[in-house]
Design a protein around this ligand. Structure first.
Ligand SMILES: Nc1ncnc2c1ncn2[C@@H]1O[C@H](COP(=O)(O)OP(=O)(O)OC[C@H]2O[C@@H]([n+]3cccc(C(=O)O)c3)[C@H](O)[C@@H]2O)[C@@H](O)[C@H]1O
Ligand SMILES: Nc1ncnc2c1ncn2[C@@H]1O[C@H](COP(=O)(O)OP(=O)(O)OP(=O)(O)O)[C@@H](O)[C@H]1O
Ligand SMILES: NC(=O)CC[C@H](N)C(=O)O
Length: 659
């Protein structure tokens, strides 16, 4: 005779080291679980301190405060009569573990340490934790006195163990353990476990949610049972957005699923997929930073327009959440705009309050880009300024000239490459200085409180090739699109044009990308990104994936591209492109050390600080590697050109599918 069991899982908007806020959200989730009659509540990985504490996991304070929060949870009447399964770091025999703590009615039942750690992508768990390697082994854990005082227990079981009750058997998996080919759920299922729980801190990457759903379904497809998945959600203090999506599967079917992109802090149980991850990340960042909004240097090009669209989509989400009765979002938005009576209804109107855009013309700017920036600003409703920077540029050059007695010239006027570049860089950097000035004082000039966060718009391709000026507008406070390639941005703009009826985007997408830093020829743009870079953005998009996802050096990249591009390019042309890319990449890698923190969106991201760790002073000749390419092209020392076979590398392991 079957018996009914009510189980609850959740997505929580935890924040690293925000112990008060985290405790409050955990309690709220337990209250919600009990209100529907649940007897077991699962929370996300390391929810007490937040998953993203990073090197704060080394601090004894972090471990101490986690136990203090655990004590509050044990003592709370809210946790009575329901099994609570919470996540926190615990030191056992002087070794730090990433643990689940399961308790019921002031008694700790079990502490289960993570056995298979996540150490790829943005995850660095081996840096802070050790894996529990003792399969089916349990030891005694001596509880700290503050916990003993509440539970009356001196020791509790610690290790690889499951919970048996009169009616069923519950086994834990912790995040990455599900993604591993030796997932514990396989043996647990064979041993009679019926309810599998997975507490995760899994961050958003395009297409990853689908992978997650498939893993959860497959976990119970073969031996049956219930699989519960809990996840963190939101920005917990860095470049990642944890995308929630709590779910429950029974015998291979998903029976309940929470939202992936929403502004709720506590989500109990629809997938609304799209590019909304950066928008949700921006909202968490804005409300948690205590600032009054964003300022964006808007050039009328694809990149800054994409950033503008992300802010607009954030405003759409905020208005929707308020319409749906989310009081937390309403309270946050009132704080951001410093108006306790404000209720946002129209996204454009909200944009006018929290979003300032600024077009900064120089003598090299065209009417086309100025108008495109103006039209888009009008459609998203930002508070828009258009100004001219020429007097500042002339003043800077005047100072230089006064000291050196020389006035640099553009190539078009007979100047050298060095002069030409310096004249471009000075315009770009002055825009950055003005952006920060307006961000700091624009609200003051309007008689409003607070300051604005400066948004950047450098994309993946520019970062890879260094095709931007160091410390220009790419040096912002945060950048929502730094992990996204130009080709993906164009698809995003297409989506926004249709979804939000932003017709101004049509001419923005149609225009050739240009920096507009060199003199116009007959009033027309004379400089385009693609001819400056010696590569098209679609070529760069392919190269960027091969470099990061397929882990190609110059030689293997050449060997792959020779096949991929065989219809369009000869082996010699492919060799020239690959060499040109690696040359530009290595000359400019230093720029990634200072690049603005950006939202992590894709597995091809070049972020040097957390995700893509590489040197930044290279021998840019790559002599060994380029010789290997030349050997393949068949350029012999004698000067003959012989084309022979181009091996497809056998080492094609890709981690694209990995979390
Ligand atoms: N190994 C190294 N480690 C640390 N720093 C290094 C360095 N090598 C040079 N540097 C420094 O880097 C700086 C040079 O970099 P930077 O000032 O950026 O100048 P640079 O990279 O020379 O020029 C900017 C590049 O972006 C293109 N551009 C310019 C302007 C706008 C746009 C656009 O799309 O809007 C594109 C332009 O055509 C050029 O390819 C210098 O200060 C130099 O001393
Ligand atoms: N005329 C301008 N007015 C305002 N901001 C500008 C202007 N030109 C450039 N910027 C800012 O500097 C950034 C870098 O300039 P760059 O010319 O490299 O643009 P980009 O990377 O091609 O981006 P976009 O597609 O937005 O033009 C832009 O994304 C934009 O934020
Ligand atoms: N916290 C973890 O174990 C993260 C790894 C996991 N594979 C993910 O979904 O991102």
């Amino acid at each position: 005779m079957g018996r009914k069991v009510i189980l609850a899982t959740c997505s929580l908007n935890q924040w690293a080291l925000d112990f008060d806020g985290n405790l409050e959200r955990i309690l709220r989730s337990i209250e919600k679980a009990k209100s529907v009659g649940a007897k077991y509540r699962l929370g996300p990985e390391l929810e007490i301190c937040g998953y993203g504490c990073a090197d704060h996991f080394y601090e004894s304070d972090t471990l101490l405060h986690c136990f203090q929060v655990l004590r509050k949870l044990l003592e709370s009447p809210v946790t009575q009569d329901i099994i609570c399964d919470v996540g926190m770091p615990i030191m056992h025999h002087n070794v730090r573990y990433n643990c689940r703590v399961m308790f019921l009615n002031r008694k700790i039942l079990l502490i289960r340490p993570k056995m298979l750690l996540a150490n790829y992508g943005n995850n660095r768990e081996f840096r802070w934790f050790s894996p529990w390697n003792k399969l089916r082994h349990v030891e005694e854990y001596f509880l700290p006195r503050m916990i003993q005082d509440v539970t009356g227990e001196d020791t509790v079981p610690f290790g690889d163990c499951v919970l048996s009750t009169k009616d069923t058997c519950i086994g834990s998996e912790i995040c990455a353990e599900l993604w591993n080919s030796r997932s514990p759920h396989v043996d647990m299922g064979l041993d009679g476990v019926e309810i599998f729980t997975n507490s995760s801190a899994s961050y958003h990457e395009l297409r990853k949610a689908d992978h997650r759903v498939n893993l959860v379904k497959s976990a119970t497809t073969k031996s049956g049972g219930i699989y519960m998945f809990a996840n963190q959600k939101g920005c917990d203090g860095d470049r990642l957005y944890y995308d929630g999506c709590a779910m429950v599967a029974i015998n291979g079917d998903i029976v309940a699923q929470g939202t992936q992109f929403s502004l709720d802090e506590v989500v109990r149980t629809s997938l609304t997929a799209s590019h909304l991850g950066p928008a949700c990340w921006l909202w968490d960042y804005l409300r948690r930073s205590g600032q009054a909004g964003f300022l964006l240097p808007l050039s009328g090009g694809v990149d800054s327009s994409s950033t503008a669209c992300i802010v607009y989509s954030m405003c759409v989400l905020v208005c929707q959440a308020v319409r749906d009765g989310n009081s937390q979002v309403l309270e946050d938005v009132q704080r951001v705009v410093s108006d306790v009576s404000y209720t946002p209804v129209d996204p454009r109107e909200l944009c006018g309050r929290v979003f300032t855009t600024c077009y900064m013309a120089s003598e090299n700017s065209s009417e086309g880009t100025r108008n495109r920036a103006r039209d888009l600003a009008a459609q998203v409703g930002s508070s828009h300024m258009s100004l001219n920077i020429d007097i500042a540029v002339k003043a800077m050059l005047g100072i230089f000239s006064m000291v050196t007695g020389k006035w640099p010239q553009f190539s078009a006027n007979g100047g050298s490459t060095r002069e030409n570049l310096a004249l471009q860089n000075v315009q770009a950097r002055i825009r950055m200085i003005l952006a920060y000035l307006f961000a700091q004082l624009n609200q003051w000039a309007l008689g409003k409180p607070g300051g604005l966060l400066v948004l950047g718009s450098a994309n993946v391709d520019e970062s890879l090739t260094g095709y931007f000026t160091k410390y220009d507008c790419s040096s912002a406070d945060i950048n929502p699109i730094g992990g996204i390639s130009k080709t993906d941005l164009k698809s995003f703009l297409q989506y926004c044009a249709e979804q939000f009826q932003l017709t101004a985007l049509k001419s923005i997408m149609a225009a050739p990308p240009t920096a507009e830093l060199e003199p116009l020829a007959d009033g027309q743009v004379s400089q385009t990104d693609e001819s400056d870079m010696g590569m098209t953005y679609s070529e760069l998009s392919v190269i960027g994936r091969l470099r990061k996802i397929s882990k190609c050096g110059p030689y293997s990249m050449f060997c792959k591209l020779i096949h991929t591009w065989r219809e369009a390019l000869s082996p010699l042309q492919v060799a020239a492109k690959v060499k040109h890319f690696f040359k530009m990449y290595s000359v400019n890698r230093h720029k990634m050390t200072t690049v603005t923190p950006s939202y992590h969106a894709e597995s091809y991201g070049p972020d040097d600080n957390r995700f893509d760790l590489r040197p930044f002073l290279y021998n840019t000749r790559w002599s060994w590697q380029f010789r290997a390419i030349d050997d393949q092209v068949g350029i012999q020392h004698r000067g003959h050109i012989l084309i022979f076979h181009f091996p497809q590398p056998a080492w094609e392991f890709s981690d694209e599918a990995r979390p």
